[in-house]
Design a protein around this ligand. Structure first.
Ligand code: PMP
Length: 402
């Protein structure tokens, strides 16, 4: 019998490790285990009621048909307004594209541009999907390690050293998943100075967490800090994280018109457009009162402060305080080489997260999945009660090591 063989682009990539870990935690819970799940990559808040009402109203108005490939005029206007209001950036309507999540937009941007092994610089630790998205589109990810001593950030020297004549993209993600690290204006200007010397390099600026921001000074982005680069930057964002709308699947980008046109051409053959109802909800969320964003960020900040303090008090662990997003990326170097109660030595961060899962029922993700060890990622997009319980259990688990 003829068995199915997937195309090589499928065998070259892996299933997202974060989806796999969340599924494992869910399975264990379903099997009756008491698991505190710290793997979740989405807000624990419900979508705001007024956003839901905007979606109902769109349905009642009959906005239930295909829309323009590049999004409804209302959503495009809302996106342009948001970038102008928050970042001072001006974009025209033909510089905006929309998709089924920022993830789809990032994938389409690479599909629209990468071929013949073109190189994409991916600073590590990175969001797990970047390298596989590059590989699936016949590109070569060039991983540049950004150690904790550098605040998990790319330095101008490391960027310069990574650029070759084949470099097409640099991916910048700030605040970052998994570290929450973000660049200051001065740091962006210094990276910009390198990029200005290499006109073949474009920048994918994944700003999906830019409203989950804890610092007093406003968040900035490369396109605003270095205006001379704006035409080489695809600024991607979406409503998933800021407005607790992960399931509505709306992401978007702003950037040079020829690239946006190429993305829209692919989109016209791939999905025609994202959900009309979700677009109406997203347009509303971006233009309405922003108190949900302010209130939820205050809650994340309180959780961040609590969890960082608890983790930093555990001998063997240390945690850099994130600037934004809703993840912690503690360093677990101090537990490597120690013995679990049953005698096995913890050799890697994967061993440590498996020990946490089996030993005390805390689900976390190993730093190796994000390209930097020995670390682990904890999501704080969960209740304070769960965070307190997770910290108690991690403390117990580490204390039991020999
Ligand atoms: N970029 C980063 C860094 C993310 O963490 C995520 C979601 N996990 C996305 C992009 C995609 O978000 P969405 O597709 O929901 O817009």
């Amino acid at each position: 019998m003829n068995t199915f063989t997937p195309a090589s682009r499928v065998s070259r990539i892996k299933v997202s490790p974060s989806s796999a870990a969340s599924a494992r935690a869910r399975d264990l819970k379903a099997a009756g285990r008491d698991i505190v799940d710290m793997t979740v990559g989405e807000p624990d808040f419900d979508t705001p009621d007024d956003v839901k009402a905007a979606a109902h109203a769109a349905i009642d108005r009959g906005e239930t048909k295909y829309t323009a490939v590049n999004g409804t005029p209302a959503l495009r206007r809302a996106i342009i307004g948001d970038f102008k209001r928050r970042l001072g950036l001006d974009y025209a309507e033909n510089e905006i594209c929309v998709g089924g999540g920022a993830k789809q937009i990032l994938f389409l941007a690479l599909m629209a541009s990468v071929e013949n092994g073109a190189e994409v610089i991916v600073p590590a630790p990175y969001w797990v999907s970047y390298p596989d998205m590059v590989i699936a589109n016949d590109g070569t990810p060039v991983i540049v390690e950004c150690p904790e001593a550098q605040g998990f950030k790319l330095t101008p020297a490391a960027l310069e050293a990574a650029i070759t004549p084949k470099t097409l993209w640099l991916i910048l993600n700030a605040p970052s998943n998994p570290t929450g690290a973000a660049y200051s204006r001065a740091e962006l200007e210094a990276l910009g100075a390198v990029l200005l010397r290499h006109p073949q390099v474009f920048v994918l600026s994944d700003d999906i967490y830019d409203q989950v921001w804890f610092r007093d000074e406003p968040m900035t982005t490369l396109a605003a800090a270095v205006p001379a680069l704006k035409d080489r930057i695809l600024l991607t964002n979406g409503v998933s994280k800021s407005y607790a709308m992960t399931g509505w699947r709306i992401g978007y980008a702003a950037g040079p018109a020829p690239l946006v046109a190429a993305i829209n051409k692919l989109q016209s053959q791939m999905s025609s457009c994202p959900s009309s109802v979700s677009q109406a909800a997203a347009a509303y969320a971006l233009s309405a009162d922003q108190s949900f964003v302010r209130d939820s960020v205050a809650v994340y900040k309180e959780r961040r402060d609590y969890a960082c303090a608890r983790l930093n008090a555990i001998p063997g662990l240390s945690c850099t305080v994130p600037d934004g997003a809703f993840y912690l990326f503690p360093n677990c170097a101090g537990v490597i080489g120690r013995r679990m109660p049953e005698g096995k030595v913890i050799e890697t961060d994967l061993d440590f997260v498996l020990y946490l899962l089996d030993g005390v029922g805390v689900a976390a993700l190993q730093g190796a999945a994000y390209g930097l060890s020995p670390h682990f990622r904890l999501s704080i997009a969960t209740s304070m009660e769960a965070i307190r319980e997770a910290c108690d259990r991690i403390e117990r688990a580490v204390a039991a090591l020999r």
